[in-house]
Ligand binder design. Structure first.
Ligand code: B3K
Ligand code: ZN
Length: 896
């Protein structure tokens, strides 16, 4: 049933199962070491499938008994096969009763049923349900569930599962039980249970059709003062989905539960979302503006899955982007709308939207572009995998969302909504494919999207080249767009894709020109979407009085790398005049990238580093422009991420890149000391903390000014940072000051880190920030201790634990993934440490181990000397006995 380990599972091998499950009745007698699960399934032959046995997957289960239609199985009727059981059945309908035993306390994988701080929690996506009971654990098996839970009443007073509560009661021996029923058929990956000592914040709201629903956010009692924002976010999400997509909550009760030990962000189990505490808990004293924003968007994301994922689900895991790309797109739109709605003026709203879009694209460029350029490159709908958990990727999620956004761009708001409506009208209650989704978009709009499907099958980031030519005699401007996608692992040949390219032309005075394409009778608008469907095509704009400056790919209308020949002066011009805020930001990023990479080349060659004066001027012009929204200015003045720059540097070399980044920061800090200080002083936010885009923008720019000041150094910067640290009224200011102080080697650095630790010593989530900040610390001065030594020392801190994913992501992830120059140190000690930790994690939690392993997958972009050292570390891990499929796939592909 399961192919041998190491052999990939292929998308084109999909076959429906011979037997589906109609109803499941589960009974859990919860016990830390010996939980007994009784499972009664009514299985029905699938007339569309080839004949075959009932296929039940199972992993880490002790089978206690099997009964078939109430009787013991005949000899040979039940076969144990690799990965589960097969049962031969003649009838069209059969009732199977299977009792198994599991050990939640020993389950460190955090997949299936496990324990966290004394409670019981589940995580079933993608294939965790088979670690709870034998089941056809595939998303195309949708069944109706009832669940009975029984546990110790003192330690687990709260018993939750999907759907509606039917009954509760007490039992002898200090035990109690609850019965739940989920009225909606669902795939097993959406099953959940929670049995723990929790308290709920509750709210009742009316849905659009006037039904009253109960919303609950369950947390440990001590955290109740931090759940208000999550509850508000849930209410906002519910309203937004009603208003924007006409989608209503379909249950009488919707629950969110927070748990400290969780592999990822959150999980959309039907009616019972389970969240990492990181994405539920936030109050001004413990959460930054970014935390507030993340809570809001993750709550929204999981809530939106109720329709895009749960009501309509995936036929198989290759279709993952069907629900993830679409739901990320929906949460991005929600965040942009929320930010805009909270803004005080239309200009502020536009700016807030741009800031959201910029954050999306920053994430794509630093997270997805490297993936597309490395050994894990895959289309948003992969063709094969060895371990599905490795495919919850930036490509499936973030690039998947960009693909949906392109559909919106091509079809318009109304056309897109019509496509969504058609999708639900055809497929509600079904498990479907990406073709079904795009088919609805095409049908609802009479559009031809055949070529567009290439985005689902082709891996790699397309290069879009733009070349313009102005002809003064005919007063016309010709714009030629060409596309080319470099080969990716296993996909040497690429075809042309359907790319929407939003374009504007800026006149010499900085104003957008009205656009009239050759053959049109009049001009229309100042931004036009050109649809590139071939390798290359030229568009001609007429009535252009003087040579314009083109602004290509406005709003980042496609997930491509834009190649356009622009000199520094033209970039500075666009920074000052591009009416598209995204492209204005992008011009600044391109300018910074060019300056930093040139300096890195100088550093590598041992030349003197000099920042061009014009760059300082362009930077200053943005810094002092108080007509611009501070949040937007903060985005434009923040250097491109090191991860993204490493991707752009050929060959990648972290040490000179870091030297260049430090040099640029110092030079800007010095040249602009006075302006930075003025801005810093002016941007202080008075009054009580509120999570609001305007305030968040001011705090963000103010903290950035502080970091530039600190980069240059000097006692004023240290004093200001210390003062901000000591007097901060909220976490955004406190953490911002700490992040600045960590750049210095003044005694205040140590004092602040100690004070922060002391204040939050019992607060796991805040301590994660403390770990992460130190793991990501740059080496600003020769006297600072090495980060690796610090990370090793921090692993000994009593608050650190390898079995808590948040701690691993903060400390080890902070070092491996967000501190390139320190991790790639010349002596290779960073890699030895990486191999040691990946091997240790592989034994307990393969999913977390695999995430850490991925830190080195892009190793072939580095210099030959660096590659030699990394190869040795990869080979050490590859040679390890008992490697999980998760880690084996990553290192195997990296070395292939
Ligand atoms: N669907 C889950 C992710 C499950 C990951 C399993 N390894 C969260 C989300 O995307 O909403
Ligand atoms: Zn999701």
């Amino acid at each position: 049933m399961r192919t041998q380990q190491g052999t990939p599972i292929r998308r084109d091998a999909y076959q429906p199962l011979a037997y589906q499950v109609e109803t499941v009745d589960l009974d859990f007698v919860l016990d830390p070491k010996a939980t007994v699960v009784s499972n009664r399934m009514r299985c029905v032959r699938n007339p569309q499938a080839a004949a075959g046995p009932v296929v039940l997957y199972g992993e880490a289960l002790v089978c206690l008994s099997v009964r078939i239609d109430g009787a013991a199985p005949a000899d040979g009727q039940v076969r144990t096969v690799e990965g589960g059981l097969e049962i031969d059945v003649d009838a069209d309908v059969v009732v199977l009763e299977i009792v198994t035993r599991i050990d939640p306390s020993a389950n460190l994988t955090l997949s299936g049923l496990y324990q966290s701080r004394g409670g019981y929690y589940t995580q079933c996506e993608a294939e965790g349900f088979r670690r709870i009971t034998y089941f056809p654990d595939r998303p195309d098996v949708m069944a109706r569930y009832t669940v009975r839970l029984e546990a110790d009443a003192a330690t687990c007073p709260v018993l939750l599962s999907n759907g509606n509560l039917l009954e509760t009661g007490t039992l002898p021996g200090g035990r109690h039980f609850a019965r739940w029923e989920d009225p909606f058929p669902k795939p097993s990956y959406l099953f959940a249970l929670v049995a723990a000592d929790l308290k709920a914040l509750e709210r009742k709201v009316c849905t659009m059709s006037g039904r009253e629903v109960l919303l609950q956010v369950w947390v440990e009692a001590r955290d109740l003062d931090r759940v208000g924002h999550a509850m508000d976010s849930l209410v906002h999400s519910l309203r937004w989905d009603e208003e924007v997509f006409g989608l209503e909550l379909d249950l009488d009760r919707f629950m969110i539960v927070a748990v400290s030990d969780f592999n990822m962000g959150a999980m959309e189990n039907k009616g019972l979302n389970i969240f990492n505490t990181k994405y539920v808990l936030a109050n001004p004293d413990t959460g930054t503006d970014l935390d507030f924003e993340n809570v809001e968007s993750v709550v929204a994301h999981e809530y939106f899955h109720n329709w895009t994922g749960n009501r309509v689900t995936c036929r198989d895991w290759f279709q993952l982007t069907l629900k993830e790309g679409l739901t990320v797109f929906r949460d991005q739109q929600f965040t942009a709308d929320m930010m805009a709605r909270a803004s005080d003026t239309p200009a502020a709203a536009a700016s807030a939207r741009a800031v959201t879009r910029i954050a999306n694209v920053r994430g794509l460029r630093s997270g997805q572009f490297p993936e597309d350029a490395g050994p894990m490159a895959h289309p948003i709908r992969p063709d094969s995998y060895q371990e599905i958990n490795n495919f919850y990727t930036a490509t499936v999620y973030q690039k998947g969302a960009e693909v949906i956004r392109m559909l919106l761009t091509l079809l318009g708001t109304e056309g897109f909504r019509n496509g969504m409506d058609l999708y639900f009208s055809y497929h509600d209650g079904q498990a479907v494919t990406c073709d079904d989704f795009v088919g609805c978009m095409a049908e609802a709009n009479g559009a031809d999207l055949d070529l567009f499907m290439g985005w689902y099958s082709q891996a790699g980031t397309p290069r879009l080249k733009a070349v313009g030519h102005y002809d003064a005699a005919s007063r016309s401007y010709a714009l030629t767009l060409s596309q080319h996608t470099p080969p990716t692992a296993g996909q040497p040949d690429k075809q042309a894709l359907h790319i929407p390219v939003a374009v504007g032309l800026i006149g010499p005075d900085g104003a957008d020109l009205p656009l009239q394409l050759e053959g049109e009778v009049r001009s229309a608008g100042t931004t036009r979407v050109l649809e590139l469907k071939e390798t290359s095509r030229t568009w001609r704009f007429s009535g252009i009085e003087a040579e314009p400056v083109p602004s290509i790919l406005r709003g980042f209308s496609a997930p491509v790398i834009l190649e356009v020949d622009e000199d520094d002066a033209r970039l500075a011009f666009r920074m000052a005049h591009d009416s598209d805020p995204f492209n204005c930001w992008d011009a600044a990023q391109r300018y910074m990238e060019r300056v930093v990479l040139a300096l890195a080349a100088d550093a590598a060659a041992g030349r003197r580093l000099e920042v061009p004066q014009a760059f300082g001027h362009a930077f200053r012009a943005l810094l002092v422009n108080d007509r611009l929204d501070p949040g937007f200015v903060a985005e434009t003045l923040a250097l491109p991420s090191e991860t993204y720059l490493l991707e752009r540097m050929q060959p990648a070399d972290p040490a000179p890149l870091r030297a260049a980044l430090i040099h640029v920061s110092r030079e800007l800090g010095q040249a602009l000391q006075a302006d930075l200080l003025t801005r810093y002083m002016d941007l202080e936010v008075e009054g009580e903390y509120r999570y609001h885009p305007a305030d968040a923008g001011r705090r963000s720019l103010r903290n950035l000014c502080l970091r530039y000041m600190m980069a240059w150094g000097g006692p004023t910067a240290v004093q200001l940072a210390s003062l901000q640290f000591r007097t901060a009224g909220n976490m955004t200011e406190r953490y911002g000051a700490l992040a600045a102080l960590v750049q210095s080697d003044a005694p205040e650095r140590i004092e602040a880190l100690a004070a922060f630790h002391e204040r939050y010593r019992d607060d796991a989530l805040v301590l994660d920030k403390w770990f992460q900040l130190q793991a990501g610390a740059w080496h600003w001065s020769a006297s600072a201790p090495s980060t690796l030594e610090q990370v090793r020392a921090l692993m000994g801190n009593p608050a650190f634990s390898l079995s808590n994913p948040n701690k691993v992501y903060a400390l080890l992830g902070g070092y491996f993934k967000a501190n390139a120059a320190e991790f790639h140190r010349e002596d290779g000690a960073g890699y030895a440490f990486w191999a040691e930790q990946v091997i240790a994690l592989n034994r307990s939690n393969p999913q977390v181990a695999s995430r850490m392993a991925r830190a080195l997958e892009g190793w072939r972009k580095f210099t030959p000397e660096i590659q030699v050292r990394i190869r040795a570390a990869l080979e050490t891990v590859a040679a390890e006995e008992g490697l999980s499929p998760d880690v084996a796939e990553i290192v195997g592909k990296a070395l292939a």
